[in-house]
Write a protein that binds this ligand. Structure first.
Ligand code: PRE
Length: 113
């Protein structure tokens, strides 16, 4: 899918428009990388979800999450990223993963019944 260029506001300087376009191309590449990385992460967590369901392990592991958050906050600080944002972002992803784990556990529970 190719993105259509956003129409330039009337009178915008050519150099400014070229710089904006260059930055937006970079942003589009980064967004694509984020999507691919997240897809890989969810492939791995789906496998974790199946393993947990097979062995009747709880979907959430708060101690693991605590260590992940501490690590990600440190990484964020050293990368000049707001650690509060990094923590919120990880919690958002993990909440979705736990929802998937619960759905997998529900499905395998029903299959056994
Ligand atoms: O590592 C696990 O046990 C997972 O289920 C994966 C994961 C994660 O998304 O990183 C999700 C839920 C857990 O509470 C902890 C971590």
């Amino acid at each position: 899918m190719t993105d259509q260029p956003t129409p330039a506001p009337a009178g915008i300087d050519h150099a400014v428009l070229a710089e904006l376009t260059r930055l937006r191309e970079s942003i589009d590449n980064i967004d694509a990388a984020v999507v691919h990385m997240l897809a890989e992460r969810f492939k791995a967590t789906q496998q974790v979800g199946r393993l947990k369901a097979e062995h009747r392990l709880p979907p959430a592991d708060p101690e693991r999450e605590r260590r992940q958050i501490a690590r990600l906050r440190e990484l964020a600080v050293s990368a000049n990223l707001d650690p509060v944002f990094a923590e919120k972002f990880l919690n958002f992803i993990i909440a979705e993963v736990i929802r998937h784990h619960e759905a997998i556990a529900g499905d395998s529970g029903r299959a056994e019944a």
